[in-house]
Design a protein around this ligand. Sequence first.
Ligand code: AMP
Ligand code: MG
Length: 395
Amino acid sequence: MISVEDALEIILSKPGNCGTEKVSLQHVLHRFLAEDIFADRDSPPYDRVMMDGIAINSSALSTDQPNIFFIESIQAAGDTQKILQQNHHCIEVMTGAILPVNTDTVIPYEQIDIIDKRAFSKQSVVPKKHIHRQGSDHKKDALALQKGKRLTAADVGLLAAMGVVRVPVFGLPKIAIVATGNELVTVETIPESHQIRMSNVYSLQAALQLDCIDADIVHINDDEATLFSQLSEIVKNYDVVLISGGVSKGKYDFVPAILEKLDVQKLFHQVAQKPGKPFWFGHHPVLNTQVFAFPGNPVSTFVCFHFYFRQWLFHSFGNGLKLPLVQLSEAITASGALSQFIPVKINSHDNNVSATLNNGSGDLFSLAVTDGFIYLPKGEKTHPAKTMFSFLTIN
Ligand code: AMP
Ligand code: MG
């Protein structure tokens, strides 16, 4: 049995590679950038008027007499650049417009009265104000978005501003989610008293959608011949196989032996953690398929998916999944031999986290009131309130 840290290191040593592709701007949310993106022009690209009002040349300002400016013309946003003809005149300007030639100061409408095509300044004017200078946000060729970044909605806006219509992103792995177990029936079925509906495949399929992956679902009974023939095809046809169930010590837990028969090399079996101890991970060296075989208990499957698979996915795209630190509300005692993933909820009153009551690794009900898990390293110890722990979100 290996430690959580060693298991993770082994998994991250086998990153996936599904190439790159260009995807239209409307479909890149949460995809991972495959190239650095540089600014195609300065931002703002021109001296941009920041207030509706008038633009003047500050050399015409006088301190001893009232400032009155004859209005020559109007510069609206989207108009080509106008030229102020007479230094002591002005041009009406609108927010977003290019600053007219021969002007350097904007006076907002709030600070002037306009009577008969003349603008009367009501207060002293500060030169050079209300102009968003060309290139003051960033210069042409500045690094805008870094390769490996998981694109947010704000990034999509930035890509649009820079005219990136087809975005270079990493290709996504083709994934099969396999449920094993004779007791499992489909969601549509009314289960007999000895049966349960399979839920893991749906929770994993849904979780994968957050990373833009549409995975296929397969159910296989605990039968050696069927497992062999079906898994053989699946290992050939997919980049990643996520299996739930069949990896423990039961008489019908055939998955590890079958995978090895299929030349999927075992990299470890069993991790010193709770929940999720029977986790098996392997790699097919020729087909380059990764197999994550999680224990079937719904909470175990879910924790292993989020901690191991998701870190593997991010790592494959050159992006470390961030596990932020959170602070405990109450003291918590870690058990000796196993590291623990404790389900917690974020308290709205102080933003600390409290352990959620749960009934063990099969308790899906408890997940509904859980925001994520904290990771408690092994070693018998009471961690006092306010201790900081890594937080694994399950949004
Ligand atoms: P196993 O790891 O196969 O020993 O399964 C452990 C427990 O998880 C058993 O009670 C199974 O019935 C349950 N289980 C296995 N697979 C699923 C699944 N896909 N959905 C819900 N529960 C499952
Ligand atoms: Mg089973």
